[in-house]
Design a protein around this ligand. Sequence first.
Ligand code: SF4
Length: 396
Amino acid sequence: MTRSTPDSCPGVLRLHQAADGPLARIRVPGGRLEPEQVQALADAAVELGNGHLELTSRGNIQLRQVRDAAALADLLDAAGLLPSRTHERVRNIVASPLSGRVGGWADVHGLAVGLDAGLRADPRLADLPGRVLFTLDDGRGDVSTLRGDIGVQAVGADEFALLLAGADTGVRVTASEAIDVMLDAARGFLDLRGTGDDGQWRLHEIPGGAERVTETLDRSPAGDRLELGATHTLPIGWLDQDNGLVSLGAGVPLGTLPARTAEFVAAVERPVYVTPWRSLVITDLDEGPAETVVRVLAPMGLIFDAQSPWLQVSACAGRPGCAKSLTDVRADLTAAVDSDRVLPGEPGTAEMLVPAEDVTVAGRQHWSGCERRCGRPTGPVTDVVATPDGYRVDPS
Ligand code: SF4
């Protein structure tokens, strides 16, 4: 498959002209933000955007209705959030958020830093499509469910499975080899994808792509292959770290974080991880301060209860952010949550067409303003898609 339209992934230096104004996407490799960076993003949202931070399904941050692109770039540059002007859109790296603190075989956050530096050091890798996703899974099988293009998953303390196009290649590498092998795989993908914006955006779009890239690496695959899971447990609520400290997993309803709430998160003065499940993990807290953080941030709307219906739902931008949308899906979904029409349990099996005020769905669900279903998570999800005649509930 080749493309007839250019890769239009937004960044900080190339904004997307959304229906409600210019949109900027800020890459956060490995999801890690220092408190000062959270504060800088809150400042940017208030001074230059619509007052909210949007968390994306790749653990990045979006700002909407950006009024001054140059001022935004300067602000982010000063905060260390724009370390490259040539490679900014290719720094899509997600890592297991709890790695090194709670469980897992290995701490992959160092790999995220090294991979980001390696990407930025090779001028050719600036040509990667902005859609390419790198995943660094510490062995718990969380970010591997995203089915990235290039990644590793720990299978031992110093052994990683190389994943390409969302599957295990059989190649095994050590931590010290992992970054170079992933960068070589990225170069192999560039060789295969064709030139310019007419080439494929994702490795899985190339027939036999994973096998062909593996051949270029000159490494013998092992016999056994990992079966990657489709689901995992969200890091929500009180999470005891292996070192006696506490992490707090906080869901962000529909991934929209008000700048005022972000300021309170920054004031905790601890490293924060943005997850690809539109939540935050605030790390390295003592127990007393952790209790205070929950008492302050829960009333502001952050979700610390793993049973909350907000953790079952996601939605595309919808109106007014997207001109293609048939309706304001986020308002309709919010009404469904507020009126207890998002239910626990297993999804239904029958497809149906119902008015917005009657949509009642159990289990994991994604609401979309049109058939494109932007932001749809991987794994088992019921689609709730706007049509001219109401929402189509499709437990596909
Ligand atoms: S799914 Fe459709 S309405 Fe929603 S953001 Fe994508 S294009 Fe727009």
